[in-house]
Write a protein that binds this ligand. Structure first.
Ligand code: ADE
Length: 224
């Protein structure tokens, strides 16, 4: 998979993309991630990327030209162009699965007070990561990339994400434990030490349902 990200702040991605699983996925050529500062596409003599809103009002609005030119320099028939915006479709695990099947993602990070409405015509999909407003689309782009890349083949063990919370079963993850058996008086459930895999599987499903009922009953309503 190839991911191109349009941002005025490429340095914000340092750390998130240069550590841990995202670092390894790039080193192992499971994903190629490129950051593009669309300011370099501005035709303004001072490389301006924003201007005041028509009709008046506070703040600056991102101009269409640099973003159009940058997207058009990257887009092919295989690209899916995604605009990160608080008014987008609420992001969910099933969208991460669907995006992980794409060959090429182009992510546009908005910034400042907003963007020229005509930029929306570039996007195949508009995504919001939640009902709150961030200073820009960079953190949402990081969230999206992390959630998609971990689902690519051979990035993490497939069993790990089949057991994830929010997989198709709409259940939270079952509780897990590691050594020691007793930590400050809190015991590991006896059944996990039994070696009986059928019983352990049944116990885990039951615990997943209990946890979901207690913490996210809304998810159970969505279950078939
Ligand atoms: N840009 C600012 N806030 C955002 C959000 N919640 N989701 C996606 N993009 C955003």
């Amino acid at each position: 998979m190839k991911i191109d990200i349009l941002t005025l702040f490429p340095e914000m991605f340092q750390g998130v993309f240069t550590e841990s699983i995202l670092k390894r996925a790039q080193e192992n050529e499971k994903v190629e991630i490129n950051l593009h500062n669309f300011r370099t596409f501005s035709k303004d003599p001072h490389q301006k990327v924003d201007d005041t809103p028509y009709g008046g009002g506070a703040g600056m609005v991102l101009m269409a030209q640099p973003i159009f030119d940058c997207v058009e320099s990257l887009r092919t028939k295989e690209s899916k162009v995604i605009l990160l915006t608080p008014s987008g479709k609420p992001y969910q695990q099933r969208m991460a699965y669907s995006l992980s099947k794409e060959k090429h993602l182009i992510l546009i990070c908005g910034h400042y007070e907003g963007f020229d409405e005509r930029i929306r015509t570039l996007a195949d999909l508009e995504i919001s990561i939640g009902d709150y407003v961030l200073t820009g689309g960079e953190i949402p782009a990081m969230v999206l990339v992390d959630s998609v890349v971990r689902l690519l083949p051979d990035v993490i063990q497939e069993e790990s994400h089949l057991a994830d919370s929010f997989n198709d079963a709409n259940l939270l993850d079952y509780p897990t434990y590691t050594k020691p058996r007793n930590f400050r008086g809190m015991e590991v459930p006896e059944i996990l030490l039994s070696g009986d895999h059928q019983k352990i599987e049944a116990y885990r499903l039951q615990e997943s349902i209990k946890k979901t009922e207690a913490l996210r009953p809304d998810l159970l309503e969505k279950r078939d």
